[in-house]
Design a binder for this molecule. Structure first.
Ligand code: AMP
Length: 229
């Protein structure tokens, strides 16, 4: 079985994390969010974290060299040997080209939803700074208000979920991603998916489409549910 490499793209709040986690669980590969990797580097005040901090806090893209370095550190680990699901990367054409040269992706998923749906999802989002778990005040509340179910840490709103920063990130996504989307379209790897439905309906539909794409790969077949890749 060759590695399964999927990228999940979409504007902030479209549900990238939720969909990416479901794809990762289905194919038993790690879910890698570059936003999360960067936030961890920042919390740990590493050299890369210190370089990335001001960009992340302003909601602007971290320069390609920094984010590529953070990502490469993770992709070279043993757990990524059977593949991965990338969430939030690539965001620029240069990143997409870089990724294609180090480890070509099988499917590039573009999640889409109208702006009203996205605003509703982002406005209630809560984040655990300790373990990274994401909640929604209305749709996925923690058992005890304001406390993480997994690790008991107090939940916070991400600084970059502030409405003014969200608007910057939204605009930036569409500006930066059009080249990336065209790049994957030209390669025949793009899968556009309407993520405005509830994820309990959307996830099985998307998984089926990805399985179809993977089984059409030359010389390979998609892993059966629950089977390690
Ligand atoms: P996210 O959690 O994916 O919304 O990312 C949060 C922030 O991390 C973004 O607003 C950027 O500042 C930074 N970031 C995450 N992934 C990338 C990337 N691939 N390229 C540049 N910056 C990124």
């Amino acid at each position: 079985m060759s590695p399964i490499r999927v990228v999940v793209m979409g504007p902030p709040g479209v549900g990238k994390g939720t969909y990416a986690q479901a794809i990762a669980a289905r194919f038993r590969v790690p879910h890698i969010s570059t936003g999360e990797l960067l936030r961890r580097e920042i919390s740990a005040s590493t050299e890369l974290g210190l370089k990335a901090r001001s960009f992340v806090e302003r909601g602007v893209l971290v320069p390609d060299e920094i984010v590529n370095e953070v990502l490469c550190k993770h992709l070279s680990s043993e757990e990524c040997r059977s593949g991965y699901v990338l969430d939030g990367y690539p965001r620029t054409l240069a990143q997409a080209v870089f990724l294609e040269t180090i480890a070509p992706v099988d499917v590039a998923v573009l999640l889409e939803a109208p702006l009203e749906v996205i605003v509703e999802r982002i406005s209630g989002r809560l984040y655990c700074p300790s373990c990274g778990r994401v909640y929604h005040a209305r749709w996925r509340p923690p058992t005890v208000e304001g406390i993480c179910d997994s690790c008991g840490a107090p939940l916070v709103r991400r600084r970059d979920d502030d409405p003014s920063v969200v608007a910057t990130r939204f605009k930036q996504f569409y500006e930066a991603s059009s080249e990336v989307v065209k790049f994957y379209m030209r390669l025949g790897k793009l899968l556009v998916f309407d993520a405005s439905v509830d994820s309990s309906i959307g996830i099985p539909l998307l998984l089926k489409k990805i399985e179809e794409r993977l089984s059409a790969r030359p010389h390979t077949e998609a892993a059966r549910p629950g089977q390690a890749a």
